[in-house]
Design a protein around this ligand. Structure first.
Ligand SMILES: NC(=O)c1ccc[n+]([C@@H]2O[C@H](COP(=O)([O-])OP(=O)(O)OC[C@H]3O[C@@H](n4cnc5c(N)ncnc54)[C@H](OP(=O)(O)O)[C@@H]3O)[C@@H](O)[C@H]2O)c1
Length: 232
């Protein structure tokens, strides 16, 4: 598949690596100084080339939209209509930033909104999917889970089933287990879970640096004798 990476930051670089390894072709854009991704481009060789935000959006049959939330206005204006009709996988969390560059969870925004719904309103012809917002970027490397018997879940929500199917494929290709969590307004809950994971990291694991130890798991029980007795 042809994939546009809108911003090879912490998340975008790791997914670009995984998707290139799975055989996809990429155009990679960097918000900010693109010289920073020269090593990534060298590593990916023929599978990837550098593009502007607009070029990456135009290239992708599916597009990763993984930008710093306070930059969303600027990125959307660069993209224009290039994402119309496409599956757009967005990973953002609504982090506010103060004039002193202190980041905070924007709980006021989150009360009746989500980055996904906001992006869908800005790009009404794109097919927005939310995914990959719940794991710290280093934990998106499959190698982080090589000793784990289960693949971590990646939850996704969208109003477009076909875009959801594309996302399922790309989550699987990145080494994870896709979980369909319903419609796009479910992004509100996914973003709230992100806040919850930060609380857990602080209180259970002693700080944000340990957030990379966390992934949300849904455990499936095998129906045993108790269930069968109840049915009978
Ligand atoms: N990182 C994670 O663990 C994680 C986990 C889940 C979800 N997310 C979400 O996924 C999205 C992408 O995250 P990311 O960590 O991959 O992004 P990132 O690496 O921080 O990328 C942010 C990009 O914005 C640029 N930028 C421009 N102005 C900036 C400013 N004033 N401050 C900071 N960056 C600025 C940066 O350029 P320069 O590199 O040139 O500074 C960088 O390319 C975000 O919405 C984030 O909330 C992140």
């Amino acid at each position: 598949m042809k994939i546009g990476i809108l911003n090879a930051g912490n998340i975008g670089s790791r997914l670009a690596r995984a998707w290139a390894a799975a055989g996809h072709d990429l155009v990679i854009a960097k918000d900010g100084e693109d010289r920073k991704i020269a090593p990534l481009l060298a590593e990916l060789g023929d599978r990837a080339r550098l593009g502007t935000i607009r070029e990456a959006a135009e290239f992708g049959e599916a597009v990763l939209f993984s930008v710093y939330w306070p930059r969303v206005n600027a990125i959307v204006s660069e993209v224009g209509d290039a994402l119309d009709g496409k599956a757009v996988i967005e990973t953002m969390n609504p982090l506010g930033v103060t004039s002193d560059f202190v980041h905070f969870h924007d709980l006021k925004f989150m009360r009746d909104n989500s980055t996904s719904e906001d992006l869908q309103r800005r790009l009404p012809k794109a097919r927005i999917v939310k995914a990959f917002n719940l794991m710290a970027a280093p934990a998106l490397e499959a190698a982080a889970w090589s000793a784990s018997p289960l693949r971590p879940n990646i939850f996704y929500v969208t109003d477009y089933p076909a875009a959801g199917d594309v996302t399922r494929e790309l989550i699987t290709d990145a080494g994870f287990r896709p979980i369909n969590a319903g419609l796009l307004n479910g992004a509100r809950q996914l973003e709230q879970v992100g806040v919850l994971l930060h609380h857990i990291a602080t209180h259970e694991y002693g700080g944000d640096t340990d957030l990379i130890r966390l992934a949300l798991t849904v455990v499936e029980a095998s129906p045993g004798p108790i269930v069968r007795e109840r049915i009978a």
